[in-house]
Design a protein around this ligand. Sequence first.
Ligand code: SF4
Length: 145
Amino acid sequence: MTKIGIIICNRYHTCAGGKCLRALRNREGAFARYEGEEVELVGFTTCGGCPGGNVEYAPAEMKRNGAEVIHLATGLVVGYPPCPHLDAFCAFIPARYQLEVVIGTHPIPQNYYLTHQRLGTWQTAGWQERIQQVLTDEPTRLAYD
Ligand code: SF4
């Protein structure tokens, strides 16, 4: 059993979590790593808005609930522009809370994929690495449009 928390980008603060929860149930996107395992979602919140002040505190509550892994939701990489603080969050959470951080939750929706391809957002090796768990394939991306 792995316990996880999800932190979403505050731009999508009204999101009801539909894509994340569906992907978690189906073990798709960044949740494919849990295939064959039990997973419990023990926390779900937003970053609190730029520059992401809630990232300083939310993992503490998630950790108290048993979280071992914090997923930074796919919205942080697909937003326009992607979150400029992503790398800082990825460094801070393990350093402060000794929790693993995974970039992404549900597969990238195809419409975001196409726009970012046109923008050239993810052309660098660094971005290829950041999106690797949520890039998936076209049929899956279309299913999350
Ligand atoms: S861009 Fe980053 S810091 Fe700003 S609201 Fe989204 S996740 Fe938070």
